[in-house]
Design a binder for this molecule. Structure first.
Ligand code: XMP
Length: 435
């Protein structure tokens, strides 16, 4: 293994991720693990140079104060205990210092002077270590992966292709709600360029049938989610000898889904879903990475920058942006207008400046005039926002000439559309998506 590691044990502190990132900023790989990890499991983690037992205010579960497996205190690792009292250990810091500089200083002394860790964390070493770990975990068995073409699943695919080549079976399900050229791009990059074992399933018709006349946004989401699992399951059953399922779970997914010491923010859409008789062992090589690190890992693995840096796209795809009951003509209007918007944003250099941008087509028509005759058609709404964490968002102030060009192109090139509007609403009161 190339990298040294500092383990952070979560005993109810709110700053676990800050500490993990600070350790990485100091050049040493770090992983956060739950407080109840057994000594046996802990000691199988590679290259541990030291442990931070990170206590905090959420240190009661069912009224009982939590502690780590007592064997860990005596196992011989250099240990720093913060904000946690244990009979086993007296050398501890009462709490983290106030300022970031002071925290870094405490960490620097522990990591380098006490643990003698080397600052050898970088994407090249991370990737090489993960390749070795995946090979060890999987052996000569086969691994299945649902490859949507999103950042996380693409990086997992590239990592597994590097580690086990054709033992990885990727399934790309086209639910008919992809953006223009998206499925083609997945096939081009993974099948043609990386020679992956890729199964392409065009399930568009199936999804559109299930969604016919369904206008409630939550029902649409549920149908798309359930149908996706059904299609994926059908494909999985056709394959033989699969023992593992790879997933693009990343650390923020774990935090948002709730840890043992913190409640959930939102349920994580990648976790679970497959029926009991299809329970595979999981391969989750990005589990401890943050989003920016996942992107860096993708670049290290040679994925195209456009794929690695792409803007967020909801799992239910254009289904949430084609408002009300989805029809083919409005779905095409969303897809084509979105493609024009993306093209023009790239030309104007806005793709690098704007966090998320897309079009929406509502389910009402209005009167217009086209070719000297009355038209009765749909509007297209443009949305372009900036945000740090997607919890709040402000709109991007696009230059008029760019907006005029996009408007002109949409009105000329996209059928069934007679108006283009620009959404000026921040979040809150609006959300980023319309649905
Ligand atoms: P809202 O509309 O809630 O969106 O302001 C916040 C961010 O989340 C994205 N989003 C999703 N991402 N699966 C995802 O991976 C989903 O089902 C989903 N729905 C919304 C949205 O695009 C925005 O960036």
């Amino acid at each position: 293994m190339k990298q040294d590691m500092i383990v952070i044990l979560d005993l109810g502190s709110r700053n676990n991720t800050d500490i993990a990132r600070a350790v990485r900023n100091l050049g040493v790989y770090s992983e956060i693990h739950p407080h109840d990890i057994s000594l046996d499991k802990l000691s199988r983690l590679p290259n541990i140079k030291g442990i931070i037992i990170n206590g905090g205010e959420n240190n009661l579960i069912d009224g009982v104060r939590i502690d780590v497996d007592h064997g860990i205190y005596a196992a011989g690792y250099p240990i720093m205990v913060v904000n946690h009292e244990s009979a086993e250990y007296v050398n501890r810091i009462k709490n983290w210092p106030e300022t970031e500089e002071e925290i870094y200083e405490v960490l620097r002394i522990f990591i380098f002077n006490t643990c003698h860790a080397e600052p050898n964390w970088n994407m090249k070493n991370f990737t090489e270590d993960q390749v070795e770990l995946i090979k060890k975990q999987v052996g000569d068995k086969k691994v299945l992966l649902a490859l949507s073409g999103g950042v996380d699943s693409s990086v997992v695919a590239a990592l597994l292709i590097k580690a086990i080549g054709k033992q990885l079976v990727c399934v790309h399900v086209n639910h008919g709600l992809m953006r223009k050229g998206e499925s083609e791009n997945v096939i081009e990059v993974f099948k043609n360029q990386m020679d992956a074992n890729l199964i392409y399933v065009d399930a568009s018709e199936r999804f559109l049938k299930k969604l016919e006349n369904v206008s409630d946004p939550e029902k649409k989401r549920k149908i798309i989610g359930a149908e996706f699992i059904r299609v994926f399951e059908e494909e999985a059953r056709k394959l033989e000898g699969i023992e593992f399922l790879a997933q693009g779970t990343i650390y923020p997914d774990i935090v948002e889904s709730g840890t043992k010491t913190a409640s959930a923010v939102k349920s994580h859409h990648n976790v679970g879903g497959l029926p009991d008789d299809l329970q595979f062992s999981l391969v989750e090589p990005l589990y401890h990475l943050f989003k920016d690190e996942v992107r860096a890992c993708g670049i290290e693995l040679g994925l195209p920058a456009t794929m690695v840096n792409r803007q967020p796209f909801p799992g239910p795809g254009l289904g949430v942006r084609c408002l009300g009951a989805i029809t083919r003509e409005r779905l095409e209007a969303v897809r084509e207008s979105d493609a024009i918007l993306r093209e023009e944003f790239e030309i104007a250099g806005l793709d690098k400046r704007v966090w998320q941008y897309f079009t929406v087509v509502p389910d009402f028509k209005s009167v217009g005039v086209k070719n000297h005759a009355r038209s009765f058609e749909y509007p297209v709404i443009i949305r372009a926002i900036n945000t740090v964490d997607a919890m709040t968002a402000s709109i991007e102030q696009i230059d008029w000439p760019v907006l005029m060009k996009i408007t002109d192109r949409i009105l000329n090139e996209v059928p069934n559309v007679n108006r283009v509007c620009y959404d000026l609403s921040p979040k809150p009161c609006a959300t980023i998506e319309w649905e």
